[in-house]
Design a protein around this ligand. Structure first.
Ligand code: SF4
Length: 258
């Protein structure tokens, strides 16, 4: 083991980033620039006050400290019908794909220790890189931002072709993938948008979808960093605001949940 990774946080006892109790490793850097991003400090891959370099051994040691907790059922199962009910380690960010070598080394080291792994990702990486990483992870938490390419570019700064082809390939190769949809007011939250997503999911034979309602946890960070925030004062969404939206998926037999 030899690599180092630039991380801006390692958070223990999380119950919102995959099944069970988890340690979440936050990678610095992201290939996308979503204007609603709640972790603006994570977007560029540069060292800063919040981030530091960790060796693989160091991260592994921190993750293994909570092995006993991973083996317990947290009693909270954010994945409605997922078969795995223990915990583990989730790679998040930013996007771990911004540091693919370190992500790969960490996933492989955790697998050797029989720790369940998940990765939150935008799926935006060269196909070979994405394939290698998806082979090394147990569960991909794969965010889809928009079904329409032009709207995807407007929201995230990149086209969606690569994202969708990586997703399709992971599904074809029977990888364990949970599709997730961050629901953003004024961007992808209309009923027409929901119908557009349904067509996309049906065409890819995706039968489960987690909705991630827009929240304002990042607002203060933009202020502290002196950055302009396009979503300033936009109201948060709650599951009860999205019942009609969700029903559009359910009617098409997509197991859609929060
Ligand atoms: S993919 Fe996630 S981390 Fe990257 S810019 Fe978008 S919201 Fe932020």
């Amino acid at each position: 083991m030899s690599g180092t990774g630039l991380l801006f946080n390692i958070q223990k006892f999380s119950i919102h980033d995959g099944p069970g109790i988890r340690t979440v490793v936050f990678f610095k850097g992201c290939p996308l620039t979503c204007y609603w991003c709640s972790n603006p400090e994570s977007q560029d891959g540069q060292p800063c006050k919040e981030a530091r370099s960790y060796t693989l051994e160091e991260v592994l040691k921190i993750c293994l400290e909570d092995r006993l907790f991973y083996e317990e059922n947290a009693g909270v199962l954010p994945l409605s019908s997922h078969e795995y009910i223990g915990g583990g380690v989730t790679l998040s960010g930013g996007d771990p794909l911004a540091q693919p070598q370190f992500a790969l080394e960490l996933l492989r080291a955790l697998r050797k220790e029989h720790i369940h792994t998940a990765m939150e990702t935008s799926g935006f990486a060269p196909p070979g890189v994405f394939e290698e990483i998806s082979d090394a992870v147990d569960l991909l938490l794969f965010d889809i931002k928009h079904f329409d390419n032009q709207r995807h570019i407007e929201g995230t700064g990149v086209p969606h072709d690569l994202v969708l082809s990586n997703l399709e390939k992971a599904l074809d190769r029977s990888k364990n993938v949970l599709a997730r949809l961050p629901v953003i007011p004024g961007y992808n939250n209309s009923e027409e948008d929901a119908r557009g997503f349904v067509s996309l999911l049906v065409s890819m034979n995706i039968k489960r979808l987690q909705l991630l309602p827009f929240h304002q946890f990042g607002e203060r960070k933009y202020e502290l960093l002196g950055l302009t925030y396009a979503m300033k004062k936009v109201k948060q969404l709650h599951p009860e605001d999205l019942e009609d939206y969700r029903n559009i998926f359910l009617k098409q037999e997509i197991d859609c949940f929060f």
